[in-house]
Design a protein around this ligand. Sequence first.
Ligand code: FAQ
Length: 394
Amino acid sequence: MTPVTSPPRGRAAGADGPPDGSGPGLEAEDVQAAFDAAVAADERIEPRDWMPDTYRSTLVRQIAQHAHSEIIGMQPEANWITRAPSLRRKAILMAKVQDEAGHGLYLYGAAETLGTSRDELLDKLHAGRQKYSSIFNYPTLTWADVGAIGWLVDGAAITNQVPLCRCSYGPYARAMVRICKEESFHQRQGYELLLALTRGTEAQRAMAQDAVDRWWWPSLMMFGPPDDESSHSAQSMAWKIKRHSNDELRQRFVDICVPQAEALGVTLPDPELRWNEERGHWDFGAIDWQEFREVLKGNGPCNEQRLHRRRTAHENGAWVREAAAAHAAKHTATHATGHTADHAADRTAADRDDRVEPAAAGPAQPNTAPDTAPDTAPDGAGAPSASRSTRSRA
Ligand code: FAQ
């Protein structure tokens, strides 16, 4: 493991106190002040840094919901893998669905750095105690839905998630860099799929339009409730977990989609859509928030089916987890009883790749994406952040 060259924020150099900063080095006000200063200076909070309990729990809540969305989100599109119209489309769709599983893994890994386990989070999902995105409770009725999901759902996901590449919590921000790159590809494949349909036969054009009609409004709901009903936004924005409000991102998404819909040759199902010269944005009609609330309560068209399928997949996968655990135990025992030259070489290579110290209580970092990448993310809005080694610490 790469040695930590500077002490984690919130712990005095050389102090042996607990990682919450309450040890021999610093007073509670000092660690809070160090945390506040780091957030104000746009520095990253890392797993071993002191952080307020509510910051930690907010992150666990959001990252867990996000991770659950990625893996539940595999279901609607996986529904079409066996019926994809060509080998090329099937290969693309399989790769996309696999990517979503990967996103779930990065995100569960990021949540683990906060001291929670993947098992615990999955138990909460399966018990209905944690949410996943409302969007995945709608059915995929035709092949065109695969295109509409790529264009609109992945498009909304990117609009929401690119700013998360600059989230104040390091492991989440770094996971988002890679996720956003892949989501960009997903969005383009959806657009290209719809374009093929709108340039096709009359029946294909009608199928594309019908899919857009059904996915447009639920996609706008993905951004969350309106700002005046968003319980977490103000605090999450103060902590720089969220960088923009729900309504700001929703508006950004509408502005991006209107010209794309025109280029595609589809109509967005909103008679109130019109350009507002004064605001410099597209005005759009009222969202049915009652429908959103019903979906969140579990009454969407597919809530029951999605959770049932997830629980069944988890139960059916028990033997894989047991086999993996047995393999890991065997591997650990081999290491304990004597290093072969090969094992030692493997370890050295792995150590070189561990760029960031893991959480004191949690497993290793979810990915090794470079720390600087979030600030070069596609929204281009990020100021460069201080690197771990140059940052001044409490
Ligand atoms: N669905 O106070 P706020 C994807 C809940 S990934 C369900 O505004 P916050 C990739 C919210 O949790 C899509 N629940 O909350 C893909 C809270 O409930 P709680 C997922 C929602 O956290 C593509 C309550 O309402 N993306 O699509 C929703 O500040 C294709 C009050 O709301 C993320 O998770 C909703 N739409 O803002 C995969 C991105 N909206 O916890 C497969 C990260 C709100 O108090 C195929 N998350 N709620 O019980 C975020 O950016 C934020 O969490 C928001 C919500 C913006 C979603």
